[in-house]
Write a protein that binds this ligand. Structure first.
Ligand code: ARG
Length: 465
C-alpha cells in the first residue's frame, strides 16, 4: 500500500500535508476496499442517472462506465495499487478513474458526497451478504429437517433443568432447533427491507442543487425506494444494528445447539457420534476426540454479541448528520458477517452427519422415571384428581429410588401398593413408545406429528424459492 500521494480530493484549502500518522490513523482503505464492487456498482448507476438528467453527456457516461469496468478488472486481477493517502475505497477508485480517463473522471462525483456514497455501498454490500447468509441458513435447515424426519421414532430423554423430564423423539428435538432458525430467517428478511433503500442523492447532508432523479438511481440499483430525508440518509446506521442483532440471535441459537452437541458427544451422555472430520485430537491424550467445531462456534458467539454492542455505542449520542465516527461501522459489521457465515457453513456441513446412538438414548430415557407424568395422567383417567395422582406417583418414584427400579420395571403388585385402581393396562403407558405416541397433537412429540411437522417445515422452505 503506497503512502506518498497528497490528497487531491480535498487538499485545496490545506496549507500543510496531513501528518503521516494521522493519515494512517484516519484511513479506512485497508478494510473498506472490500466494498469495491458495490462502490463501482453505485458509481455506474450514479453516472447513468447524471446522463439521463443531462448533467453528463452520454459520451462522458460511457467513458466513465468503461473506466470503472477496467478498474474492477484490475482490482480482481490483483493489479490495483491501494493508497493510504487516498484514505478510503471511494477516493482510491475515483483517483484511479481520473488517472485512466482524464478530466471526465473528475465529473463522476458531481451531485454526490462520500457520505451518501458510503451509506449506499454498505447497504448494497449488506444486501448481498444477507442473501448469501439466508442461503446458508436454508441449507442448515434442510439438513436438520431431513435428519429430523429420519429420527422421528428415535426416543431420547427430554430435559428440563438438564434433569430427565419426559421421553421425546430425537426428531422432535431437532425440529425445535429448526423453529429457531425459521424465526432467524424471517428476521433477516425483515431487516433486508430496511437495508434496501437508497441514500444516494442526500449528498453531504442537505441534498444537491443538480436536477437528480433518485427514483431512477434506486431502480438501477434494485433498491425498493430512495430514502426520505437527506440528513437521516447519511447518518442512519440502524440497518447495521438490526442486522447485528439478528446475527447475534442466530449465534446465540448456534451456541445452544453447540452446547447440546458437546454434551451429547461426551462419554457421560454418549448420545451421538460426530464425524471425525469435524473433530480434532489431543497432542497429549491419544484417546481424545474433541468436538472442536461446536465448541468454536459456541465461543465465536461472543464476538458477534460484542459487535452489536459496538455499533449501538458507535451511534449513541451522535448528532446529525454524518460524523467520522461512522467509519467505525464497517469492521464490526464485516466480522459479524464472516463469523456468522463460517459458523452456519460449519453447521450446515456437519448436521446431516450426526449419528444418533439410538440404544444409548433409549436406555437413558428408561432411567430417571421419565414416564412418571404418564402414570399420573393414567390415574386421572381412572378417576383420581390430578393433585392426588401426582402425590401417588411421587410415592411410587420414592419407592423406585429406594429399590433402584424404574416405574416400568416394577411388577403390577408393586405398583398396586400405591393405588388399587392400577391394572395390567398401566404397562401401555409406562413404555417409552406409549408415552411419546400419546402426545399426538399439533406441536407434540408423537412420531406421527414429527413426520407431519417435518413436512410442513420443508414446504415452508420450498416456498422461499
Ligand atoms: N471512509 C468514510 C467512511 O467510512 C467515508 C465517508 C467519509 N466522509 C467524510 N466526509 N469524511 O465513513
Amino acid at each position: 500500500m503506497s503512502q506518498d500521494q497528497t490528497n487531491s480530493a480535498w487538499g485545496g484549502r490545506f496549507s500543510e500535508a496531513t501528518d503521516a500518522f494521522v493519515q494512517r490513523f484516519t484511513a479506512s482503505v485497508e478494510f473498506d476496499q472490500r466494498m469495491y464492487a458495490q462502490d463501482i456498482q453505485g458509481s455506474v448507476a450514479h453516472a447513468t442517472m447524471l446522463a439521463k438528467v443531462g448533467v453528463l453527456t452520454e459520451a462522458e457516461r460511457d467513458t466513465i462506465i468503461q473506466g470503472l469496468a477496467e478498474i474492477k478488472a484490475d482490482i480482481e486481477a490483483g493489479q490495483f495499487e491501494w493508497s493510504i493517502a487516498l484514505e478510503d475505497v471511494h477516493m482510491n477508485i475515483e483517483a484511479a478513474l481520473t488517472k485512466k480517463i482524464g478530466i471526465t473522471g473528475k465529473k463522476l462525483h458531481t451531485g454526490r458526497s462520500r457520505n451518501d456514497q458510503v451509506a449506499t455501498d454498505i447497504r448494497l454490500f449488506l444486501r448481498d451478504e444477507i442473501d448469501l447468509l439466508c442461503a446458508d441458513l436454508t441449507r442448515l435447515q434442510e439438513g436438520l429437517i431431513g435428519l429430523a424426519a429420519q429420527e422421528a421414532e428415535t426416543i431420547m430423554p427430554g430435559f428440563t433443568h438438564l434433569q430427565t423430564a419426559q421421553p421425546v423423539t430425537f426428531g422432535h428435538h431437532l425440529l425445535a432447533w429448526n423453529e429457531m432458525l425459521e424465526r432467524d430467517f424471517a428476521r433477516l428478511q425483515d431487516c433486508r427491507k430496511r437495508v434496501n433503500v437508497l441514500p444516494l442523492g442526500a449528498a453531504a447532508l442537505a441534498g444537491t442543487t443538480y436536477p437528480i432523479d433518485r427514483a431512477y438511481t434506486a431502480e438501477l440499483l434494485g433498491f425498493d425506494a430512495p430514502t426520505e430525508n437527506s440528513l437521516d440518509s447519511v447518518s442512519d446506521r440502524d440497518f447495521a444494528i438490526e442486522f447485528s442483532s439478528a446475527a447475534a440471535i442466530i449465534m446465540m441459537h448456534l451456541s445452544r445447539y453447540s452446547e447440546e452437541l458437546v454434551l451429547w458427544a461426551s462419554a457421560q451422555f454418549n448420545f451421538i457420534d460426530l464425524p471425525d472430520r469435524f473433530c480434532t485430537g489431543s497432542s497429549i491424550m491419544p484417546q481424545k476426540k474433541n468436538p472442536d467445531v461446536p465448541e468454536l462456534v459456541r465461543g465465536k458467539s461472543g464476538r458477534v454479541f460484542g459487535h452489536l454492542m459496538s455499533l449501538l455505542t458507535l451511534m449513541k449520542s451522535q448528532p446529525l448528520a454524518y460524523n467520522k465516527d461512522n467509519q467505525e461501522d464497517k469492521e464490526p459489521l464485516f466480522d459479524s458477517i464472516d463469523t456468522l457465515a463460517g459458523s452456519l457453513r460449519a453447521f450446515a456441513d456437519m448436521v446431516p452427519h450426526i449419528k444418533a446412538k439410538k440404544d444409548v438414548m433409549r436406555e437413558a430415557a428408561l432411567r430417571g422415571f421419565s414416564t412418571a407424568t404418564d402414570l399420573a395422567d393414567y390415574l386421572v383417567r381412572k378417576g383420581v384428581a390430578f393433585r392426588d395422582s401426582h402425590e401417588i406417583v411421587g410415592s411410587a418414584v420414592g419407592y423406585g429410588v429406594k429399590h433402584n427400579k424404574d416405574l416400568g420395571e416394577m411388577s403390577l403388585q408393586e405398583l398396586q401398593q400405591f393405588g388399587d385402581m392400577i391394572t395390567e393396562d398401566v404397562f401401555d403407558v409406562l413404555t417409552l413408545e406409549g408415552s411419546v405416541q400419546a402426545r399426538d397433537h399439533l406441536g407434540g412429540t408423537a412420531p406421527k406429528q414429527v413426520r407431519a411437522a417435518a413436512q410442513r417445515a420443508q414446504a415452508k422452505i420450498a416456498s422461499r424459492r
